[in-house]
Design a protein around this ligand. Structure first.
Ligand code: HH2
Length: 266
């Protein structure tokens, strides 16, 4: 899943894809590099980000959606009206970082459209979520949250086979919380749905490499995190650097799937 943020302030690609022509070109490049889908967002959710009005979010994403008609698209939004317009314009997945808690209309929009849905865990809200994240047991709490949100979606008519789940790397979590979630991904896998991991360029990566003030992480660090998650069963990788991830994941998958005569290998 390639990331295209049509925003001025996203933590990593803020401003780069703000103009619709730039966003369109980035999306097409990512698909050519092997992305299965492009996740388009019009509101940053980085720590400290300010809310964006409905009109402004629509102004940012609608021209890009119109230009990209026909390509596999996901809409990264927590506003039902943005999701509705995006689905009308051909998006097939709604990526709601509030897991249907942000807008009471969202669940019906997803259920009635038959769209795919990504439910993500977040502690707190973007503006304050990194102030002092605290859990007694981060893995159990994230599992319980995602289980409850999945049940909520299904109870409101979303087909379970259409839902994927995401532990929400960096959303109200310390670097250690993020690592624990990847290490214990098997616990999330038991929920029975495909798992999304979005570690790409996140600040935890830079901080784990020793820069206490890092606001982002490198591509190499992102790829390392993705491979660790792949090894533990993650299915969808939300990334900025598509080519690097596709190549690394292709080799990691080849190791899993290799089927050659051991004598030949020796
Ligand atoms: N991370 C971000 C945004 N949306 N959605 C899911 N499902 N999982 C994630 O980990 C996730 C997400 C934040 O990253 P980015 O879009 O690059 O930055 P910003 O929110 O600043 O636009």
């Amino acid at each position: 899943m390639g990331i295209v943020n049509a925003t001025p302030d996203s933590f990593s690609d803020g401003g780069v894809n703000f103009e619709p022509v730039e966003a369109e070109a980035a999306a097409r490049r990512m698909l050519a590099e092997g992305a299965a889908v492009v996740d388009l967002g019009g509101e940053s959710t980085r720590p400290g980000a300010q809310d964006v009005s409905l009109d402004e979010e629509l102004r940012r994403v609608v021209p890009v959606l119109e230009a990209l008609g026909g390509v596999p698209l996901s809409i990264d939004t927590s506003k039902a009206e943005v999701a509705r317009r995006a689905l009308e314009l051909g998006a097939e997945l709604v990526n709601d970082v509030t897991a249907l808690r942000g807008d009471p209309e969202m669940v019906d929009i997803v259920a009635s459209s038959g769209a795919y849905l990504c439910l993500m865990h977040m502690q707190g809200a973007p503006r304050t979520m990194q102030d002092a994240p605290h859990y007694d047991d981060v893995v159990s709490e994230v599992v319980a949250f995602l289980e409850e949100r999945l049940a909520f979606a299904v109870a409101h008519g979303v087909a379970e086979e259409r839902v994927c789940l995401d532990p929400g790397i960096g959303f109200g979590k310390t670097p250690e919380h993020n690592l624990l979630l990847v290490r214990h991904l098997d616990r999330l896998l038991r929920l029975g749905r495909p798992l999304v991991i979005g570690f790409s360029r996140k600040r935890s990566l830079g901080r784990l490499l020793g820069d206490a003030e890092a606001t982002s992480g490198s591509t190499a660090a992102s790829v390392g995190a993705a491979i660790a998650a792949f090894d533990r069963g993650a299915a969808i990788f939300r990334v900025h650097d598509v080519r690097e991830h596709v190549e690394a994941l292709a080799i990691a998958a080849a190791v899993e799937n290799v089927d050659v005569d051991v004598d030949v290998v020796r």
